[in-house]
Each structure stands twice: as C-alpha cells, then as structure tokens.
Design a protein around this ligand. Structure first.
Ligand SMILES: NC(=O)c1ccc[n+]([C@@H]2O[C@H](COP(=O)([O-])OP(=O)(O)OC[C@H]3O[C@@H](n4cnc5c(N)ncnc54)[C@H](OP(=O)(O)O)[C@@H]3O)[C@@H](O)[C@H]2O)c1
Length: 269
C-alpha cells in the first residue's frame, strides 16, 4: 500500500526529515511545504526528489502520513487549516511540549504521534522518542518506526517522559556542543592546532557514545578501561571529580525539564 508523506514546515527538522527519507530511498511520494516563498530552500529539496508546494491543504490531501514540523506556536493554526484533509490519517508531530490531547481536541478523527527528535537527524543519527494517542494502531506504529529509523534510533515511550526527553535528548546536542567546545579550547591550551583539537574532540564524543551503545557497558566501565593506575588519565579524572561538571549537567537537564512542563501545562489550558 502507498504511504505518501507530507512534511508541513520544511525548516531545520522538517527539511532534515525530507532529506533522510530521500537518502533512504523511501519508495512513495514525499511533499515538503513552507510558509514564506523562500524558493532556494524548497528548491534544494525538489532537486533531491521531493515534491514542493506552499499549499498545506494540497500536501495533506495528497498524502497518507503527515509530519507537522512547524514551531509550536504555529501548530494550532496549521491543524485548523488542514483539519479536513487529515481526518482518518496518521499525523506525526515534532513540536516540543505540545501534549497529544491538544491535537486530538482540534482534529479528533486523526491519529496522532508526538515525537521528540534532535538536530542529529541532519546526519541520520537522531534519538527520537515518540508516544501515540490511543487510536494509533500497531500497523501505524510499524510505519512510524520504519520512517523514524531512517533518521537514527527511535523508541516508543509513555507521554509522561516527553518533558524529560525533550530536555535530555532533544536539547542534548546543545549541551554536548558546549562540552566539545570546552575540549577544543582545552586542546588549544595545551598547544594543539584549532582544527585538530576540534575534530579530535568531536570524534572522541562520537566514539564514546558508539562504544556505550554497542557494548551496552556502563560509562563507569569505559572510564575504568582508560584509567591506568598512576597514569595520565587519572590526573584528568582527579581534576574533573573536584569540579561541578556532574551537577552542572544534572541541573541543566532539570531546569530544561521544568521549562518544558511549564509550557506543556500552558498548552493544556
Ligand atoms: N531544532 C531542533 O533541534 C528541534 C529538536 C526537536 C524538535 N524540534 C521541534 O521541531 C519543530 C520545528 O523546529 P525547527 O527548528 O525545524 O524550526 P524552523 O527551522 O523554524 O522550521 C519551521 C518551518 O516551518 C515553516 N512554517 C511556519 N509556519 C508554517 C505554515 N503555516 N505552513 C507551512 N510551513 C510553515 C517555516 O517556514 P518559514 O521559514 O517560511 O516561516 C519553517 O520552514 C518545532 O516545533 C520544534 O519544537 C526542534
């Protein structure tokens, strides 16, 4: 059966979703929309093989699965605009903080999936958490997983975890970028050339993440594997343990989670 996909709002995340689908040689038609007539942005997607339009209704009407990738404050307006066209269809939103009940209230007859990807979707290495309204079928879930796996790793979760995951993995690339930047400056401090310092730091983060994902080992074990008694790494670890790096990261995620919860509660009103 055909599953044409529309991506409403081909910005950073929407554009990356379209590119992931095209790269993965997704069989069916992919349509991308935008609000303003920024020809170059959509034309790039058209050159790669997407159909482009500035008409959300047409895109939704001609598609079976509809992604909503506009900013949260534009979601209500877009839903009202395409409400007739999405009735009976599977709709996947990437908008942060908006609860499923908000979508259902506007279009009760559509089946909604709320996702939280991250910007690593640009390189098909996202972690995407998703939760579903009660009308989403197991066949729908199979389709959702198939599409989300083109963008990286995905996992179904209960909706109650979405605030925390928005703060942890959704915002995560920002925290990790701070860490990579700090490591790069550390390299400069000990005399490394800028590019060598940056890319060795970034690859070290990537490799450590991969090591944990593939071996399923606890990070403490990886740390142990690198630390020789009386060696060089323990000198660095000793400095880190005297700092507040752990509490700083925990507080960052805690504060971001609180902000998500505050926004989510406002959507429920
Ligand atoms: N960026 C992230 O790291 C990230 C991570 C996880 C989730 N998210 C979520 O993903 C969503 C998109 O974020 P983003 O960073 O990709 O934002 P973005 O780059 O600003 O993209 C939003 C896109 O939506 C388009 N748009 C706005 N109103 C529209 C309308 N009525 N009809 C059609 N298109 C419309 C915009 O077009 P114009 O530029 O022409 O206005 C823009 O291309 C947000 O809800 C955000 O919460 C983002």
């Amino acid at each position: 059966m055909k599953d044409n996909v529309a991506v409403i709002g081909a910005g950073v995340i929407g554009g990356a979703i379209v590119k992931s689908l095209l790269k993965s040689k997704y069989d069916d038609k992919i349509t991308a929309t935008e609000k303003r007539q920024k020809i170059e942005k959509l034309e790039e997607l058209e050159k790669l093989g997407a159909t482009i339009t500035w008409n959300n209704k047409t895109a939704a009407k001609e598609s079976d699965i509809i992604f909503i990738c506009v900013k949260p404050n534009a979601v209500g307006e877009v839903l009202k605009e395409i409400s007739k066209e999405i009735e009976g269809k599977l709709v996947i939103s990437t908008a942060a903080t908006i609860p499923l009940e908000f979508y259902k209230k506007i279009v009760p007859k559509a089946r909604f999936v709320r996702t939280m990807p991250n910007v690593a979707v640009l390189v098909q290495e996202a972690f995407t958490a998703y939760c579903c309204d009660s009308g989403v079928t197991s066949e729908d879930k199979r389709k959702v997983e198939k599409i989300l796996k083109f963008m990286g790793i995905c996992q179904e979760v209960e909706e109650k975890y979405m605030d925390a995951l928005t703060a942890l993995s959704g915002s995560g690339p920002a925290y990790i970028s701070v860490i990579i930047e700090a490591l790069m400056y550390a390299g400069l401090k000990v005399g490394l050339p800028r590019e060598l310092s940056l890319y060795s730091s970034a690859q070290t983060v990537l490799g450590t993440g991969k090591l944990i994902l593939e071996t399923r080992e606890h990070p403490a074990k990886i740390k142990d594997m690198v630390t020789t008694p009386g060696g060089t790494t323990i000198e660095g670890i000793y400095e880190l343990e005297g700092s507040e790096i752990r509490t700083a990261l925990m507080k960052a995620v805690e504060m971001a989670t609180e902000k998500c919860s505050k926004f989510r509660r406002a959507w429920k009103k």
